[in-house]
Design a protein around this ligand. Structure first.
Ligand code: PLP
Length: 418
């Protein structure tokens, strides 16, 4: 089955449209000294609407690691369709919940297990925080760890979410396709964990989460996957079918033991297919709001590029080549050219094979280089979403051709979580 998000288009934006857009961004930010980052609020809000439409009525839980900026997280959570946060560390969740003046951060599921015993003790000691934050577990070892470091308190139970491994296992488990996350793969293992949690005092199982990264995190558009794309699509079709059955069984099994409030699945790259899975009650999404370069390679969803950064041209070593300051804002994951920032404007600029995107300077070649003078800007897009926010203290928000605000990133607020 082909999943077709309504925003799908494989066509690159028309040259005139890109020129118009960057001319407008250039005018709006003329008073800023690069390097700086911008988010185009029109595109950001449109992307929220695209995600909502693709989620076919299921709520979207905002993936905080993919924004790393509280003002933009608040903006997303104020849009219809978004409800709750999927955080990435417990100290982050405590910070968000404690700083929450208006109730935006009153439901945070920490998507990764924690071994931070100080943070756990803070959580367990505060009734309000314990009510707002849900911890991730996937093993008896996690439960033992919790009980070793936090005295169980049945009147103030810790909320737990069980992570289900939703990767694809073939050849009797010898071929693993997907992220290495939870060891809980089968419905039998899931119900055994639910019973383990049930018999312990001071903990409540309230949710199940599974992130199908082999679907959400692998580009499948022809332009991105090139020769691999028939294989990628076949693997994803097999995985969706296998998962629909296994997740449904696991959820039914766990529900026989625990009153689940939510079953979370997916990410931006799989909103369409995850929303179609009846056992999933909510979809995780974040990256699609910034729409970084890696999201150019998806067939099912094509959000609008909304986050950019500008680098200054500081050298012209020879014809056809300019050198920008900095630029090595490389994305995490399997190393490869797709982890480098994507030159967005002027069009046709490419990295040199010998330097790539450098720590303090980045040469860029191409015909457009000769039209650039010292002090001109090169517009780039990060490979991934939230990692851009780890490079700058603030993001300039642009709306209808004007900078309307400058908001701090997590880093700008002095917060480094992971
Ligand atoms: C648990 C979980 N859900 C969802 C996502 C995907 O989020 P996004 O929409 O930002 O791609 C991730 C990304 O790593 C994740 O770890």
């Amino acid at each position: 089955m082909g999943y077709q998000g309504f925003a799908r288009t494989d066509a690159p934006p028309a040259r005139g449209a890109a020129e118009h857009r960057f001319a407008e961004l250039g005018r709006a930010t003329a008073g800023l000294q690069p390097p700086f980052a911008v988010v185009d609020l029109g595109a950001f809000d449109t992307n929220a609407a695209i995600l909502r439409r693709n989620a076919i009525g299921k709520p979207l839980r905002l993936v905080s690691k993919s924004l790393r900026c509280r003002a933009l997280m608040r903006r997303a959570l104020a849009q219809p369709g978004f409800k709750g946060v999927l955080g990435f560390t417990l100290p982050e969740a405590l910070w968000l919940a404690e700083s929450d003046a208006h109730g935006e951060f009153d439901d945070i599921v920490v998507a990764y297990p924690t071994a931070d015993t100080d943070a756990l003790r803070r959580l367990a000691a505060d009734e309000e925080l314990a009510r707002r934050i849900t911890l991730m577990v996937d093993s008896v070892e996690h439960l033992d760890f919790l009980h070793r470091h936090v005295a169980p308190n049945p009147s103030r139970p810790l909320r737990l979410c069980l992570e289900l491994d939703v990767s694809l296992e073939l050849l009797g488990g010898r071929l693993h396709i997907g992220a290495h996350r939870s060891p809980v793969h089968t419905p039998e293992q899931a119900i055994a964990m639910a019973h383990e949690i049930d018999k312990r005092p001071g903990v409540d199982l309230v949710g199940v989460m599974g992130y199908e990264s082999q679907i959400a995190g692998i580009q499948d558009a022809f332009s991105a996957a090139a020769l691999r794309y028939p294989l990628v699509r076949l693997m994803q079709r097999v995985s969706r079918a296998e998962l629909a059955e296994r997740r449904a069984e696991a959820v039914v099994a766990v529900r026989s033991v625990a009153d689940l409030e939510f079953v979370n699945g997916g990410g931006t790259g799989s909103v369409v297919s995850t929303a179609a899975d009846p056992s999933v009650t909510e979809i995780a999404a974040g990256s699609g709001l910034y729409s970084p370069a890696l999201f150019d390679g998806y067939r099912s969803i094509r959000p609008l590029p909304a986050a950019f950064f500008a680098l200054p041209v500081v050298r012209r070593p020879r014809a056809g080549l300019v050198t920008a300051l900095g630029g090595g804002w490389v994305a995490s994951g399997v190393p490869g050219p797709d982890r480098l920032p994507k030159p967005a404007f002027p069009g046709g600029l490419r990295y040199t094979k010998t330097e790539g995107a450098g720590e303090v300077q980045t040469p860029l070649r191409g015909r457009a280089a000769d039209g650039l003078a010292i002090g001109d800007r090169v517009w780039m897009r990060h490979g991934k979403a939230g990692e851009l926010a780890e490079r700058v203290n603030s993001i300039h928000l642009v709306l209808r051709g004007e900078v309307v605000d400058e908001v701090p990133t997590y880093r700008g607020e002095g917060r480094a979580f992971a």
